[in-house]
Design a protein around this ligand. Structure first.
Ligand code: ADP
Length: 202
């Protein structure tokens, strides 16, 4: 059995960037965003339940989840959001656990954007690292990457924990307010710590 570290952080904080750095050092990565996309792609495992619960109107002609339509619906309707999460969250978690359990790496980094918000991950993971940077940088970097408006990014951030809450719950925090080289220095130190902890817990 491998050792599992959760990696979390607000939108645009630098989770994917940090995860790539951990991977280059030798960690295995399980990315719950990728799993969510696979589950809702054409023929994805969550598509039958989405069709039954929401109807074929919520699928694209090729049979994938119609993300734009679903996003609009759940933004305006908390009950619909809960229904979608009841389908997706357990499926994402069990696939993440399957992938992590199959790893032979010294430890697995499990990337979960809403790790503390969704609750169910904390008992399974041995340790949690939060990527943190000032909100202005989160917004600027997300807008540059995605083309979302500032209002849209702020609306997403409003549904996530505050930086202070997230950092207080995490075992480790990396500060991504500097360059990617500065991030890499911190990732390298944590990687050494995780190798050490994983070896002690084997
Ligand atoms: P997340 O996965 O948390 O949403 P990303 O790792 O995708 O965040 O980072 C958001 C954007 O900011 C990406 O375009 C990424 O290349 C860029 N970025 C991340 N860290 C830095 C940094 N230290 N300096 C400059 N740009 C960064």
């Amino acid at each position: 059995m491998s050792w599992f570290v959760g990696l979390t952080g607000g939108i645009g904080s630098g989770k994917s960037t940090a995860a790539r750095q951990f991977a280059a050092l030798g960690a295995d990565i399980v990315d719950t965003d990728i799993i969510a996309h696979q589950l809702t792609a054409p023929d994805g495992a969550a598509i039958p339940a989405i069709r039954t619960t929401f109807g074929a109107d919520f699928l694209t002609p090729d049979g994938a989840l119609n993300r734009a339509r679903m996003r609009e619906t759940i933004f305006a309707d908390p009950a619909a959001k809960q229904k979608l999460e009841a389908i997706l969250h357990p499926a994402i978690r069990s696939e993440a656990q399957r992938q992590a359990g199959a790893s032979t790496a010294p430890y697995v980094l499990v990337v979960v954007p809403l790790l503390f918000e969704s609750g169910a991950y904390r008992n399974w993971l041995h340790r949690v690292c939060a990527v943190d940077c000032p909100e202005d940088l989160q917004i600027a970097r997300t807008m540059q990457r995605s083309g979302l408006s500032e209002t849209a990014v702020r609306a997403i951030m409003a549904q996530q924990l505050s930086r202070a809450e997230r950092c207080a719950l995490a075992d480790d925090t990396v500060d991504n307010s500097g360059t990617t080289d500065a991030l890499h220095d911190q990732v390298t130190r944590l990687h050494a710590l995780y190798l050490d902890l994983a070896a002690k817990n084997r």
